[in-house]
Write a protein that binds this ligand. Structure first.
Ligand SMILES: NC(=O)c1ccc[n+]([C@@H]2O[C@H](COP(=O)([O-])OP(=O)(O)OC[C@H]3O[C@@H](n4cnc5c(N)ncnc54)[C@H](OP(=O)(O)O)[C@@H]3O)[C@@H](O)[C@H]2O)c1
Length: 238
């Protein structure tokens, strides 16, 4: 599905990857671009309409779906991360609940609220922002990894379920991005603008999945190996 003439709604679009999605949608000639965010105060981006949405709050999600009922491309981008010591840490359960509420239930809540509108038009799409972490062992990211793995599974079930309704479902997997989420982590990072461009190109090419950096491509290519990358990470992967 092409972006030009589409009406795009992006969650978590006041900064980071979400803002890059909004800007590139404007550049590509989208009919309308809604930027979803928990607090719209002070947001001022040419060609972009801010809409309040907290993906953890069903009332706010329903109001946003109503305000943006003409959406034809939904981008589930809002996400949070947290570092813990390891999978046995005392704060494991509390952190997991918070991360699942945003990264998994939040994504599903928004999808449920927008689906009736998407199903009404001949061509629609849902892009779910996932991560390379679904195939990578990083004990300090256990709750984040589990929430993204759950969101990946949801994405796969959803794609199958919506296949006969003309709704394209695209899963985006990527490693470290140069955004606030990775502040203070000193590793090579991909530009969010580059990821937004690649993702829209993949959507236009009719794809169901995109690996948006070389490390993620390499990691996924190990899945059929006897020792896949989630057991022994490929060398050089951060
Ligand atoms: N950065 C990376 O290395 C990386 C790698 C792979 C995947 N990802 C994924 O990419 C997506 C975007 O991440 P990012 O790096 O751009 O992060 P970011 O710069 O921290 O931005 C996160 C965005 O999500 C919004 N958000 C957080 N909780 C929300 C909620 N409950 N309801 C609505 N919006 C909410 C934030 O709003 P506020 O400004 O109000 O907090 C912000 O707009 C996430 O799903 C993340 O997991 C990131």
């Amino acid at each position: 599905m092409e972006i030009n003439n589409a009406t795009v709604f992006i969650t978590g679009a006041n900064r980071g990857l979400g803002l890059a999605f909004a800007r590139d949608a404007v550049r590509r000639g989208a009919q309308k671009v809604y930027a979803g965010m928990p607090n719209t105060n002070g947001f001022d981006e040419p060609g972009v309409v801010p809409v309040r949405i907290d993906v953890t709050d069903p009332t706010s999600v329903a109001a946003a779906a109503e305000a943006a009922a003409d959406t034809t491309i939904l981008i589930n981008n809002a996400g949070i991360a947290a570092l813990i010591d390891n999978p046995l840490a005392a704060d494991f359960e509390a952190q997991s609940k918070a991360l699942f509420d945003t990264n998994y239930y939040g994504l599903a809540r928004v999808t449920q609220a927008f689906e009736p509108g998407l199903s009404k038009v001949p061509h629609a799409a849902i892009i779910n922002v996932l991560s390379d972490i679904v195939w990578l062992a990083r004990p300090y990211l256990t709750p984040y990894a589990a929430s993204k793995a759950a969101a990946w599974s949801y994405t796969n079930q959803l794609r199958f379920h919506l296949a006969d309704r003309g709704i394209q479902v695209l899963g985006l997997h990527v490693g470290f991005l140069d955004t606030d989420l990775t502040n203070g982590i000193d590793v090579p990072k991909t530009s969010p603008t580059d990821v937004a461009i690649q993702t829209y190109d993949a959507l236009a090419a009719g794809k169901s999945e995109i690996m948006a950096d070389k490390g993620t491509v390499r990691l996924k290519s190990t899945l059929a190996d006897e020792v896949p990358g989630y057991i022994t990470p490929p060398p050089g992967l951060f």
